[in-house]
Design a protein around this ligand. Structure first.
Ligand code: AMP
Ligand code: MG
Length: 314
């Protein structure tokens, strides 16, 4: 399937119109969101959604997130509890995905046959404009090949899916740089299936917050995910292997062949926004190993450490 398209990259206005036409024709298109770039297709068209799995080499067992054009669409695709409605009111549009009982309108391929559907509403102006013009929800996982580093720029999408998709709409770099927080809502139980920009602390006002639940296919639920091709280890910058790169949180990285700093002043937001780009640059630098310095595990740091552990798993 690779090599089928001469992938175009277009800026927002022109790209938006072309994206709507492609979605309406049942094709896939890469769009910017505030978290990472997504690969979108009509969420109500199973054949269009199948193209997402094909372009990403994604296993059909891994369900897709449905992005709605407006808050009103939530009831169309899912059963919305009071808690879920409050969460949507507080965090939408924004980087929070709600896992709720599905409605029949959502095809099985989107939910991987599960009784739940993951739903979110993006705050990105380009993404919102495309969805409003399209007038239907889209399914959109991250626009990378399965298991690899999520793209945070149009160039990253080309590196991952160039030749496999017709169009990338370039909306500049992503503000958050890591994927949405995913929360399974069951009564007043809020189970975090993937850490992200909306932190556990921010969710406690809405219910009892816990980690994932056994038996629920967790997001990027595999041990290895978001992974560079170069082996990555989480460790101390005092130990310098030969021909190693450092993904640095604090240190200057003396002795390392290449250093990428996540943030000059230890700002977790900046670190999250830089994480995947820095990993990608280290991954293409011809290194034998990447050492990642751990970040503090609180707030957004939990989401960053979750990504680093999956990147380190082999
Ligand atoms: P991606 O957008 O590529 O980061 O992937 C979306 C993630 O959402 C996947 O890893 C899924 O495991 C997760 N997801 C989507 N739908 C559901 C669902 N119904 N239940 C649990 N997790 C889901
Ligand atoms: Mg992904």
């Amino acid at each position: 399937m690779a090599g089928r398209f001469d992938t175009r990259v277009e800026r927002s206005a022109d790209g938006g119109a072309a994206a709507v036409a492609l979605l309406a024709a049942g094709e896939v298109v890469a769009l910017p969101t505030e978290t990472v770039y997504g690969l979108a297709a009509d969420a109500l068209d199973p054949v269009a959604c199948a193209r997402i799995f094909e372009a990403k080499d994604r296993p059909l067992s891994d369900p897709l997130i449905v992005h709605v054009p407006s808050r009103d669409w939530l009831e169309e695709v899912a059963e919305v509890s009071e808690t879920a409605a409050l969460l949507a009111e507080r965090f939408w549009p924004g980087p929070l995905t709600l896992v709720l009982p599905r409605r029949k309108i959502i095809p099985d391929i989107v939910t991987a046959g599960q009784g739940t559907v993951a739903v979110r509403m993006s705050a990105h102006p380009v993404f919102q404009a495309v969805l409003r013009a399209f007038g239907r929800p889209v399914a959109a996982p991250s626009a990378n090949r399965f298991g690899r580093i999520s793209p945070t720029s149009a160039a990253d999408v080309i590196a991952e899916l160039g030749g496999r998709i017709p169009l990338v709409v370039d909306g500049g770099p992503c503000a958050h740089g890591i994927e949405s927080t995913i929360v399974l809502v069951r009564g007043t139980g809020l189970h975090i299936l993937r850490s992200g920009p909306v932190t556990a602390g921010e969710l406690t006002a809405f219910g009892t917050v816990s980690g994932g639940v056994a038996g629920i296919s967790a997001p990027g639920g595999l041990a290895s995910h978001y992974a560079p091709r170069t082996p990555l280890v989480i460790g101390d910058s005092a130990d310098v292997p030969s021909n190693a790169g450092l993904l640095s949180w604090r240190s200057v990285g003396a002795g390392f062949a290449r250093v990428e700093r996540l943030s000059e002043n230890q700002d977790l937001r900046e670190a999250a926004a830089n994480l995947y780009g820095a990993m990608r640059r280290l991954d293409t630098a011809g290194l034998d190993v990447i050492v990642a310095e751990p970040v503090p595990e609180d707030g957004l740091g939990a989401a960053i450490m979750e990504r680093l552990r999956k990147a380190a798993a082999r």
